[in-house]
Design a protein around this ligand. Structure first.
Ligand code: PLP
Length: 395
């Protein structure tokens, strides 16, 4: 009999990943996350991070983090509901609510557990969650944790969404429509004006995960809801503090009632220690910085437009991307990973993204252009895409 501790069942699964050509080791970044980085001992252009605005190593944020550590220490010391709630946490939420132009904001320890905690807390048996088929994994997990029924509508297909709403309106008490604001793997924007109008027609609530829209779209990065001028018409707007804001954490923006309820039933807030002071100091500084200037979002969009145009001109398929997320769709899984490997050998780091993160046969390298890239770095990266594409005959 084999020894159960040898985990043979997992070894077999790992071997299957190797056979499919999708096995990988975690990359090791030596130093801060910047536009050009040292990875496994080699200097490369970084087109892989979510550090949209270059805030992850911004001097003002670092200074604010250090000051918060000096005054408040390195840990919150408890879950929020016991005594892990400091005055700087409260200030962070007030600044964020002002930034998002909403009544209230509740901050969680990550975007992932914000979704997991919020969806579960605001739905129950007798309710229906209606979710876009390409929604992020944390939404799927949040819905799984809820006792509500679930239906999935075709990606951004408002006719299909209406069918689902019409068919189910009388069967459920509350219906909650959930969509990403910006889809993380394709960079397309959800049709929010139409979605919100449908929600109002069928008296459903709306939930927008704007992890990739916050800090990117709208006035100085206020997000997709601001971009479409839909303030007051979306019940729950999720943002993350780990991508454009450059630190860690996630939040839901909405009403005082929402916040009041989550402070009693948001399980990650009740059962997991709250954000450390360094993160809180840096987050508040980042949001204040965004409220004081559009310099960072302007630079992000200039770079993104430039890169997307050049990559499209080379003949690559970038799908329906309308944001700085630029998928270069290769297709077959093994070939996608090989493409990513060749880019790295030539000095450009872009991770290959394959099934199960994206549907089978739609493997891609997902290029993330940031405000911190220089034109020279982007030009160098584009040259590498041309060379590798020609070598691998994908152009
Ligand atoms: C759409 C979406 N929602 C939520 C998350 C989770 O955010 P975080 O990294 O802050 O946990 C991500 C990040 O991968 C995301 O892309």
């Amino acid at each position: 009999m084999s020894n159960v501790h040898e985990l043979h069942f997992l070894k077999e699964k790992i071997q299957a990943l190797k056979d499919e050509g999708v096995y990988r080791k975690l990359p090791i970044l030596e130093g801060a996350n910047e536009a050009e980085i040292t990875l496994n001992g080699k200097k490369v252009i970084n087109l892989s991070s979510n550090n949209y605005l270059g805030f992850a190593n911004h001097p003002r944020l670092k200074k604010a983090a250090i000051e918060a550590v000096e005054k408040y220490g390195v840990g919150a010391g408890a879950v929020r509901t016991i005594i892990g709630n400091m005055d700087i946490h409260e200030e962070m939420e007030q600044v964020l609510a002002e930034f998002k132009r909403e009544e209230a904001v509740m901050v969680f320890q990550s975007g992932f557990n914000c979704n997991a905690g919020t969806i579960q807390a605001v739905t129950e048996k007798g309710d229906l969650i209606i979710s876009d088929e390409l929604n992020h994994a944390s939404i799927i997990d949040g819905a799984r944790l809820s006792r509500a029924d679930k239906k999935v509508y075709k990606h951004s297909d408002m006719n299909h969404l209406e069918e689902v709403l019409k068919e189910n309106r009388d069967k459920y008490r509350n219906m909650l429509i959930i969509t990403d604001g910006v889809f993380s793997m394709d960079g397309d924007i959800a049709p929010l004006p139409e979605l919100v109008t449908l929600a109002e027609k069928y008296n459903a609530m709306t939930y927008v995960d704007d992890a990739h829209g916050s800090g990117v779209l709208g006035e100085s990065g206020r997000g997709t809801v601001d971009h479409f001028g839909l303030h007051g018409r979306v019940d729950f707007t999720i943002g993350t503090l780990s991508k454009a804001i450059g630190v860690i954490g996630g939040y839901v923006a909405g009403s005082d009632t929402m916040k009041d309820w989550l402070s009693h039933r948001g399980r990650p807030l009740l059962f997991s220690t709250y954000l450390p002071p360094a993160a809180v100091g840096a987050i508040t500084e980042a949001v204040k910085l965004l409220m004081s200037t559009t310099e960072y979002t302007d630079r992000l969009w200039n770079n993104a437009k430039y890169f997307k145009e050049k990559i499209s001109q080379l003949g690559y398929n970038i799908g329906n991307s309308a944001t700085p997320i630029t998928p270069v769709i290769i297709g077959e899984e093994g070939k996608t990973m090989e493409f990513s490997k060749k880019l790295l050998e030539n000095g450009v780091f872009v991770s290959g993204i394959v099934f199960p993160t994206v549907p089978k046969g739609t493997g891609r390298v997902r290029c993330m252009v940031t405000a911190a890239h220089t034109k020279e770095q982007l030009d160098r990266a584009i040259e590498v895409f041309k060379k590798v594409g020609e070598e691998m005959k994908v152009l």
